[in-house]
Ligand binder design. Structure first.
Ligand SMILES: Cc1cc2nc3c(=O)[nH]c(=O)nc-3n(C[C@H](O)[C@H](O)[C@H](O)COP(=O)(O)O)c2cc1C
Length: 177
């Protein structure tokens, strides 16, 4: 799939079929994070891949009862490794490391789309409950849960903002060249 098709085809899916993602596809998705840019080239991401039903249900519960999460075939728990980042960036560590992980997450989502797999990015959760459930060390921030699966039905596409409302030329507010 061409990259623009994946970009335009990527949308949040919250209703999944009871259909497993094959392991080779899952590893391709996971592999895509390695190629994302990261501040200081620290590649400060770690992922816990969850496929077990019981843990998926707990993750849904710890995401303030977003119960649809448990229906995904897999959930990627994207962690942001703070150890080296803090040494290099001190007070700016959080700022840089979060942006780097977000770039990595977007790679995961686009690779999934290109393989015909639907997804959602979730950040509304109780991080401390997930930390304790999955034994995640204290120097890891939990940045996102990424749900992956095959869409049963899709949400209505949100309105996409027009480019003219987003882009300026040469200075703030200048909409024409
Ligand atoms: C940082 C971030 C956090 C999000 N957290 C949640 C979440 O907790 N629950 C949820 O249902 N959607 C979540 N979303 C998905 C957005 O609601 C969704 O991307 C937005 O409504 C636009 O829809 P689209 O992705 O189909 O274009 C999150 C998205 C981002 C980027």
């Amino acid at each position: 799939m061409k990259v623009e098709k994946a970009i335009q085809g990527l949308e949040t899916t919250k209703k999944y079929l009871d259909k497993k993602i094959k392991w080779d596809k899952l590893t391709e998705i996971l592999d895509s994070i390695r190629y994302a840019p990261s501040a200081g080239d620290l590649q400060n991401w770690k992922i816990i891949t969850i496929q077990g039903e019981e843990i998926k249900q707990k993750l849904a519960k710890f995401s303030y009862d977003q119960l649809w999460i448990s229906k995904a075939s897999a959930i990627l728990v994207v962690c942001n490794d703070q150890s080296e980042v803090k040494r290099m960036f001190k007070k700016k560590a959080d700022f840089y490391s979060t942006q780097s992980c977000a770039a990595g997450i977007q790679n995961l989502l686009l690779r999934a789309t290109s393989l015909g797999i639907d997804s959602a990015w979730v950040r509304t959760f109780n991080a401390e409950r997930i930390r304790s459930l999955l034994k995640i060390p204290e120097d890891m921030k939990i940045d996102a849960l990424i749900t992956l699966g095959y869409a049963d039905s899709r949400e209505p596409q949100p309105k996409i903002n027009e480019l003219k409302n987003i882009v300026y030329f040469e200075e703030w507010g200048k909409s024409e060249l």
